[in-house]
Design a protein around this ligand. Structure first.
Ligand SMILES: [Zn+2]
Length: 462
């Protein structure tokens, strides 16, 4: 049986909105029973409108729109050019209003949040940014656009999105409202239909009613305590309680799949396949780790973020270590030492290929997770074994600009371990490839982390 798993963090559209920019278009998305429509109003004249979020499906890679969208306005077509779907007129200028009807598309998208989550009671959650459009001068121009929409001209110009249901209020930010109005390309899922959240002190959970019972019980019993623990250790989230939505695509033959993605304040999971109908320990562990790592980002990643992508080790390594400690605190059977040893071994292997800071240039993002978790161990030790206290301090000191730079992280570490030259050790590893494990051994020694040397000279944590 094929085990498919995909984890995606939300596309960073307008991650740091500097100031409000006028929308280039607005769209009103309406559900009326089985019929779904999206009415566009373009606020500029342009011959081509580019759908800014045009990812491919994971299975049989293809755009999701040709099979789920119908352009109802005569003389307007949906086409694919380069990396993007576009709306274009048969001839001449595009009309300023265009109507599309659509079927919510619930298949897995590998590189972005899924356009829709389907629940078996008829509820549907829609991903708000799928309607974002950008004006273009020509098809030729679109063909030359890069895959990363952040580098497309004017990609920061937002589309205002309003979502409503003719038959009942929609669920938006934990509240039922007549219409969800989203500006500034805000990314979220808005829920249509009767599904009701289960409230716990630190997490709001929306589970498909048909989910296999064992998973429902597991999710409600084991996942909220993870967020409870973060809230206790790191303080309440200033933007309110996060939501976890779990949808169920049915017991498809020969499949066992889990996919998840994360948006600000929201985690979504989709389960599918006969392989998850009865208790499945692997799925339990995946779901738990997903919430432990991604939930940590609601603090380390949203309340503060790194200043440069080369500092991803601050957030990814930090979320891994917070996750390890949290899972270990909630489950005495979790082998936390083995998890940390794997981080250390994989980190040392990555570090032989090049400096940790530039791992992204070598397509080795895991180096940030693994080596960042090792740097985290050093900070944890300096904080008397309390990594959450270090993170709490990191957030408190950097609340004003919500940014933690490498220097700020290292200075904070140094303040609790003066004279140990920990910033120098870590700085060396960030900036240099290492031929053997020696500089890592030196860091563990300086940091007071207990280990023994294996015969090949690599450290084994004690
Ligand atoms: Zn992460």
């Amino acid at each position: 049986m094929k085990w498919a798993a995909a984890l995606v963090a939300g596309v960073a559209l307008g991650a740091c909105p500097a100031k409000a920019v006028d929308p280039v278009a607005s769209v009103h998305v309406v559900r009326d029973g089985e019929r779904w429509t999206a009415d566009y109003r373009f606020h500029r004249q342009a011959p081509v409108w580019v759908l800014a979020v045009s990812p491919l499906t994971r299975v049989k890679p293809r755009s999701f729109r040709p099979e789920s969208w119908v352009v109802e306005t005569p003389g307007v077509r949906l086409e694919r050019h380069g990396w993007y779907d576009v709306l274009v007129a048969d001839k001449g200028a595009m009309p300023s209003r265009v109507r599309v009807s659509f079927r919510p598309f619930t298949e897995d998208i590998e590189t972005a949040a899924d356009p829709a989550l389907g629940f078996t009671d008829g509820s549907v959650a829609l991903y708000s940014v799928q309607w974002k459009v950008l004006p273009a001068r020509s098809i030729e121009q679109v063909k030359a656009y890069p895959l990363d929409v952040a580098f497309v001209p004017e990609s920061g110009a937002p589309t205002s999105v309003t979502l409503s249901d003719k038959n009942r209020p929609v669920l938006f930010d934990g509240k039922r409202v007549r219409a969800a109005k989203l500006t500034g390309d805000r990314e979220t899922y808005v829920l249509f239909g009767p599904a009701t959240p289960v409230e716990t002190p630190a997490l709001e959970t929306i589970l498909d009613p048909q989910l296999p019972g064992w998973f429902k019980n597991y999710a409600l019993a084991q996942l909220p305590p993870i967020l409870d623990r973060y809230t206790k250790l790191l303080g309440p989230k200033p933007d309110g309680k996060p939501t976890l939505m779990v949808s169920w695509n049915g017991p498809t033959k020969g499949r066992a799949s889990f996919s998840g993605s994360v948006l600000p304040g929201q985690m979504v999971m989709t389960l599918e396949g006969e392989g998850v109908v009865s208790d499945n320990p692997k799925l339990r562990d995946m779901a738990r780790w997903f919430v432990a790592h991604e939930g940590a980002h609601f603090w380390l990643g949203q309340q503060v973020i790194y200043s440069d992508v080369k500092e991803t080790w601050i957030t990814e390594g930090g979320a891994d270590l917070l996750g390890y400690r949290t899972v270990a605190a909630l489950d005495p059977k979790f082998d936390v030492r083995a998890a940390q040893q794997k981080s250390l071994d994989d980190c040392i292997a990555s570090s032989r290929k090049g400096p940790v800071a530039t791992a992204i240039e070598r397509q080795d993002p895991k180096a940030y997770y693994n080596c960042g978790a090792v740097f985290g161990l050093v900070a944890e030790k300096a904080w008397g074994g309390d990594f959450a206290a270090f993170v709490r301090e990191l957030i408190a000191r950097n609340r004003a600009d919500r940014t933690v730079s490498r220097t700020e992280w290292l200075d904070l570490l140094d303040s609790r371990a003066p004279g140990k030259r920990l910033p120098q050790h870590i700085g060396f590893l960030l900036d240099n490839p290492v031929l053997n494990a020696q500089p890592w051994v030196a860091l563990l020694e300086a940091g007071g982390i207990r280990f023994r040397l294996r015969t090949d000279g690599t450290p084994e944590l004690l």
